[in-house]
Design a protein around this ligand. Structure first.
Ligand SMILES: Cc1cc2nc3c(=O)[nH]c(=O)nc-3n(C[C@H](O)[C@H](O)[C@H](O)COP(=O)(O)OP(=O)(O)OC[C@H]3O[C@@H](n4cnc5c(N)ncnc54)[C@H](O)[C@@H]3O)c2cc1C
Length: 401
């Protein structure tokens, strides 16, 4: 079948934003608000669904809790940005086109790549075939259906990072009839200070989650998880939260990517191999003084805003500024009635201060609910989205002499 090629307005500069997650949406709203009324710039946002996926709440979806209906086209109303619903199947970085649903081709002058990341299901045999993930709302809904029908049995949450902790706690709280095992290499809360870490472990214990640290999964079967050393754990359901990778589209397009498929960027968030492509959020490998940023919403939203500011600068013939970001917190839910918030140094190492209990629950909810109203404010006042901790000296990248 031949694809329909769209033609762009001859004189307008066409910016296409792929992915309307936390980062892509930030880029889209920020740029659309800044170029509003200009006929020489056209903004198009492409996303798989019209509904905004609150990825930070997918462990709620996975336990059958309903989330708010947030409509991307409605949010874009009044901005002049065009919304295209579809699945991006290829990027041609030389021809500067994007293929959607295999039957439509969109040309671009500047591309913002914000397709996020997914659970890495390729590292251990059997994960791809037998494990559930929280990679998308649909994946989380599938898990919810399975857990709802189980009645009794064992759920193994593989991966003891923060997504694993939040998921294990949520499943144990919502499904007290199930036996929940959280296993991974590190102890839950390993990146936190001793007080916060002890709080996480006590909360998991209270919820009846059986924790197995120092465990290396080597194989997942339909009813068992095999560990290095020969031990097997019976599992009716396996949720895989161990490691993430970016979509293979960027590498297939010939863009320079790192070992996890993320687009390697320069300081202004442009691809080092294709400077007309900007990468944001979990899909980008962005170097700061303390190292390459890891995927979070707290860092992803600023990358989207910064990409929009960089694009605006380049359109004006100016040099874009370097992106700087410093982490400030790690909020972790422990079911609906408990949480812990670890405040952090800009390099994400833990500070001594943390919040626990009800205060932490309120803080976590405020943070999780904040992106949507932030976009609404940015639409009217784009400058309101340009505040985030720059990380001081630890974020500054030292240039090689
Ligand atoms: C359970 C859970 C809890 C989390 N909690 C926190 C937290 O408390 N704090 C925090 O900072 N971070 C948290 N994170 C991490 C955070 O959600 C991610 O870092 C964040 O979503 C990254 O934003 P993004 O815009 O890069 O990608 P995403 O939010 O994943 O958005 C990507 C978008 O691209 C779309 N897309 C992907 N591929 C295609 C395609 N081929 N075609 C069309 N559309 C496509 C997707 O549908 C999606 O809309 C959590 C993650 C999980 C799973």
């Amino acid at each position: 079948m031949s694809a329909r090629q769209e033609t762009s307005t001859a004189t307008a500069h066409h910016v296409v934003i792929l992915g309307a997650g936390y980062a892509g949406m930030s880029a889209a709203i920020q740029l659309a608000a800044r170029v509003k009324g200009r006929e020489d710039v056209q903004v198009t946002v492409v996303n798989a669904q019209e509904r905004f996926t609150e990825r930070m709440r997918l462990h709620l979806t996975a336990t059958g809790q309903r989330l708010a209906e947030l409509s991307i086209p409605e949010l874009l109303e009044g901005t002049e940005a065009r919304f295209v619903r579809g699945w991006v199947t290829a990027v041609d970085a030389d021809a500067k086109t994007v293929r959607i649903d295999d039957d439509r081709v969109l040309p671009y002058d500047t591309l913002v790549y914000g397709l996020g990341g997914v659970a890495d299901t390729c590292t251990v045999p059997g994960v791809e075939d037998h494990a559930y993930t929280l990679s998308s709302a649909q994946d989380a809904e599938l898990l919810a259906v399975r857990l709802g029908r189980l009645g009794s049995g064992t759920v193994v949450v593989a991966g003891s990072g923060l997504t694993g902790v939040e998921s294990a706690a949520e499943i144990a709280e919502r499904h007290p009839e199930l036996d929940v095992v959280l296993l991974g290499r590190a102890e839950p809360g390993a990146t936190m200070n001793p007080k916060a870490k002890a709080y996480v472990q006590a909360a998991l214990d209270r919820l009846g989650v059986r924790v197995r640290a120092g465990a290396e999964v080597v194989k997942v079967l339909s009813d068992t998880v095999e560990l290095a050393g020969g031990e097997s754990i019976a599992a009716d359901v396996v949720l895989w939260t161990s490691g993430t990778r970016a979509s293979p589209l960027a590498a297939a397009a010939g863009l320079a990517v790192d070992e996890r498929g993320r687009i390697v960027t320069d300081a202004a968030l442009r691809s080092v191999s294709h400077p007309d492509v900007y990468a944001v959020g979990d899909a980008a490998a962005i170097r700061q003084g303390y190292g390459v940023m890891h995927g979070t919403c707290q860092g992803g939203m600023p990358t989207g805003v910064h990409a929009a500011l960089s694009i605006e600068c380049v359109l004006k013939g100016k040099q874009p500024k370097p992106f700087r970001f410093g982490y400030y917190h790690t909020p972790v839910s422990l079911g609906r009635g408990d949480a812990v918030v670890q405040f952090t140094h800009p390099d994400d190492s833990p500070r001594r201060i943390c919040l626990t209990g009800r205060m932490a629950v309120r803080y976590k909810e405020m943070v999780t609910a904040s992106p949507w109203p932030t976009y609404g404010r940015m639409k009217k006042m784009p400058a309101s989205g340009a505040f985030w901790p720059r990380g001081g000296r630890s974020a500054r990248v030292r240039e090689a002499r």
